[in-house]
Structure formats: structure tokens, C-alpha cells
Design a protein around this ligand. Structure first.
Ligand code: G3H
Ligand code: 13P
Ligand code: ZN
Length: 315
């Protein structure tokens, strides 16, 4: 299916506007009806463009046909400025399949490969995607990831600014994810005073003027969600996210897409645990899922307004 048949847009216009007006478009991950509905509710309330991000594992979980069916049912229009984006596509095949399904944007993440191999695979995806007017994001440098839900990931390496112009010119990508100290999951910082590497960001932005940059692993991990989870039987210790003020600062230096998944996962779980804890005799799943959806909408709204600066940008 073509993404235009789903009422979606690619990311080119939204990034052009975001760069010009110094804000970021939120990329929120979803994996079922409630998470999709929560993000779309927030986008409509705030009049914000939004990128609906789907990881390969989330796509497998939903199934391609179910995803397309949900997108049809969501009734979005091009004026809503909504993109459907493959998050961390690991292969050319994964990107090709996403494009066939109706994605308007894909990320090819070959960042763990040597530079030349990253260029080669990224270039192939760009060639294919651009035929369909689909946007392409790629990554230079690697982020620490989650090893499991409760430990710090290892093996991050910052983006080398010396590489970025060559990479963008050789591949033809539309946006570049960079590693400046963010990381996936809920355990991002060991201390409160850890700073992102704004020196690297500034250097990259100088070398690539007006070029859309992307921050992955940018959840701020609201502590009130951790408190609720633990109050109602959870056990999460040491979770710490990226400082909100630093995220806002990044939006002024060409970061025009900020990826958030963990905050919504925590919101979902906090709401379900609270609703179950406070209503021990209820057993209608919709009571708990409804609470999760409302909480996730509020988190999206808070971040659209307080971090991204993307509210009221649909003109
Ligand atoms: O960046 C990674 C996202 O948080 C997706 O994670 O593969 O568990 O859906 P997932
Ligand atoms: P978080 O784990 O910080 O939410 O990052 C999500 C992400 O980068 C998805 O690509
Ligand atoms: Zn990511």
C-alpha cells in the first residue's frame, strides 16, 4: 500500500519547518491500539506533527496487516502531518517490507558496522526508498542499549564529527541520528550531573548546516512514574533519564526528531499497576487499558509542550 493512501506524509516538510523554527518533531513508539491511540490523541489535542515509530519487533508483534488496518482506521490526513516510521531497521529487506506496507519513513541502522559498510547498505536503502518518496534516517556512532530491563547497556561510541559530511554526501540520507551520550532504556545516567556532548552536537551542526539531526534514547524517565510503579508492587531502582533542559537545548541545534519509547512504557505500566491496585475486584481489561491510554496521552502532551516545542505547528 502507498503511504499516501493511509493519509500519511514523509518527513521532509516537517523537518524543514522544525529546523527553521527550532523545534523537534516527537517520534513516539507504538505497538498496539492503545499506544497508537494515545499518541494520535495527543497529536490532535496539541496540533503537533508526530512520527509514529515502529520497531522491527513491534511490527512482528502487531503483524503487518493488523498495523495497516489500524492505520486505515486511524483516519489521518496529510494536513495532520503524521509519518509512519520504521525504527532501527536492521536490513535492506526490513526497510523494503516496511515501504510495501505503507511506511513513509525508514531508519536503516547499520551503525555497528564499519563506516564503508554502513555507507553501502544505507545507500541501497536510500535508492529504494527515494523511488517511493519515502524518507531515510541512518546513524553514525552507536548508543548504549538495554541489555535487559534493569541493567546499563555497554558499548556506546560517540559520533565522530569528521565523518558526518562524507556520510551524508555518500548516502543521500534525509536525516542523521547521532550519538552524543543518550542511550536506550530507563538506565541512562549514573549521576544527575551527566551532560550530553553538546560540543559534538555543535560541531556536527556546523558541518551540516540546516540538516536534520535525530536523538535516539531521549526519554527523560519521569520519576513520578517510577514512584507509582514501585508503590503498586513494581521494583525499579536506579532508573534515570535525560535531563529535560538538555533536550530542549538540543532542539535549538538542529535536532529536529527526538525518540521516546521508554517514557510511554513506564506510563503504561504505572497506570495499569495503579488501576489494578486501587480496584482489586475489577477484571475488565478495558478499565486498565483505558487508564494506560489516558496516562500515555498525558505524557505525550507534556513532552510535546515542554521538550519538543512542537505544539500548534499544523498551519
Ligand atoms: O529503540 C528501540 C525501541 O525502544 C524499540 O524497542 O525493539 O523492544 O520494540 P523494541
Ligand atoms: P528511549 O528508550 O530513551 O525511550 O529511546 C527510544 C528510542 O530511541 C527509539 O528508537
Ligand atoms: Zn532508538
Amino acid at each position: 500500500m502507498k503511504y499516501s493512501e493511509l493519509g500519511l506524509v514523509n518527513t521532509s516538510d516537517m523537518f524543514r519547518d522544525a529546523i527553521a523554527r527550532h523545534y523537534a518533531v516527537p517520534a513516539f513508539n507504538f505497538y498496539n491500539m492503545e499506544t497508537l491511540g494515545a499518541i494520535l490523541d495527543a497529536a490532535r489535542i496539541a496540533r503537533s506533527p508526530v512520527i509514529l515509530a515502529v520497531s522491527e519487533s513491534a511490527l512482528k508483534y502487531m503483524g503487518g496487516d493488523m498495523l495497516t488496518g489500524m492505520m486505515l482506521g486511524a483516519n489521518v490526513n496529510p494536513e495532520d502531518k503524521i509519518a509512519l516510521h520504521l525504527d532501527h531497521g536492521a536490513s535492506i529487506d526490513a526497510c523494503a517490507r516496511a515501504i510495501e506496507l505503507g511506511f513513509s519513513s525508514v531508519m536503516i541502522d547499520a551503525s555497528k558496522l564499519p563506516f564503508d559498510e554502513n555507507v553501502k547498505i544505507t545507500k541501497s536503502v536510500v535508492k529504494l526508498a527515494h523511488k517511493h518518496n519515502v524518507s531515510v534516517e541512518a546513524e553514525l556512532g552507536t548508543l548504549a542499549g538495554i541489555e535487559d530491563e534493569n541493567t546499563y547497556g555497554a558499548d556506546s561510541s560517540y559520533t565522530n564529527p569528521d565523518d558526518v559530511e562524507r556520510f551524508v554526501a555518500a548516502t543521500g540520507i534525509d536525516s542523521l541520528a547521532i550519538a552524543i551520550g543518550t542511550s536506550h532504556g530507563a538506565y541512562k545516567r549514573k549521576r544527575d550531573d551527566e551532560e550530553l556532548r553538546f560540543d559534538i552536537l555543535a560541531d556536527v551542526a556546523t558541518r551540516l548546516p540546516e540538516f536534520p539531526l535525530v536523538l535516539h534514547g531521549a526519554s527523560n524517565i519521569p520519576q513520578k512514574l517510577i514512584t507509582t510503579i514501585n508503590e503498586f508492587g513494581g521494583k525499579i531502582t536506579g532508573a534515570r533519564g535525560i535531563d529535560v533542559a538538555q533536550l530542549c537545548r538540543a532542539t535549538k541545534i538542529n535536532v529536529c526528531k527526538i525518540n521516546v519509547d521508554s517514557d510511554l512504557r513506564l506510563g503504561f505500566v504505572a497506570a495499569v499497576r495503579r488501576a489494578m491496585g486501587e480496584n482489586p475486584s475489577k477484571f475488565n481489561p478495558r478499565d486498565f487499558l483505558g487508564a494506560a491510554r489516558t496516562t500515555m496521552t498525558q505524557i505525550c502532551l507534556d513532552e510535546i509542550r515542554d521538550i519538543m516545542g512542537s505544539a500548534n505547528r499544523l498551519d
